[in-house]
Write a protein that binds this ligand. Structure first.
Ligand SMILES: [Zn+2]
Length: 211
């Protein structure tokens, strides 16, 4: 697939287990590998609210029929010989594992919870300009939990040093909490591209793991 448009390969795909429960979000590149091997099928949600399943071959056929008639929100993989619509949802054929029960604590989820905003100066930054800051410093026994770690820009992090927000005179924008729904997923759902995911996320969105 080296000649295929890279942007579409990096779009996101919601993964359902065999029981149609959302378990993960992966890249189109990984999803295509699973589809090609027959480990998964495409689940396509129609505008009218029902969905249809496609094997890889049938999905390819459908894309050939639609060639040239794409909607603006479609991601299309293009090579010299074919165009393939990037699937938005796939279902694993032999996977009964249940979704995770807790949202993983990591940089990406933390920055997403805080909207990529430094919780001290309130400004928005690119992820590489952000850091994780212990509200109550580690040196004073502050734990590494959702409730004690916030997003901070590098400048504010250095300025605050080993002090509490009060000690540094740097009040927090808001009280940090454990998110109830997956923060990255909420970001994705706001995009028109991923509207079709909602059908499968109404009851389980908070437990999805994003990779
Ligand atoms: Zn800042």
């Amino acid at each position: 697939m080296s000649s295929v448009s890279n942007v579409a390969l990096q779009a996101n795909v919601l993964v359902l287990n065999r029981l149609y429960m959302a378990v993960q979000v992966i890249s189109v590149r990984r999803a295509l590998g699973m589809l090609y091997k027959g480990d998964a099928e495409v689940v396509h949600v129609q505008e009218e609210g029902y969905f249809e399943s496609f094997t890889f071959d049938r999905w390819l056929e459908r894309s050939l029929e639609r060639m040239g008639c794409w909607e603006p929100e479609d991601d299309v993989l293009r090579s010299v010989r074919f165009e393939l619509e990037a699937p938005r949802i796939i279902r694993l054929m032999s996977f009964d594992k249940l979704p995770r029960q807790r949202i993983k604590f990591n940089r990406r989820n933390l920055f997403a919870r805080d909207g990529n905003r430094c919780q001290y100066c309130g400004k928005k930054y690119a992820p590489h300009e952000l850091s994780m800051d212990h509200v109550v410093p580690r040196s004073r026994g502050g734990p590494a939990t959702w409730e004690n770690i916030v997003t901070a820009c590098l400048r504010c992090n250095v300025r605050k040093g080993g002090r509490t927000p009060q000690g540094a005179g740097m009040p927090l924008a808001k009280q940090p909490e454990r998110p109830r729904t997956s923060p990255l997923l909420s970001t994705r759902l706001s995009s028109r591209k991923y509207h079709s995911w909602k059908v499968f996320l109404e009851n389980s969105s908070w437990s999805i793991d994003l990779t």
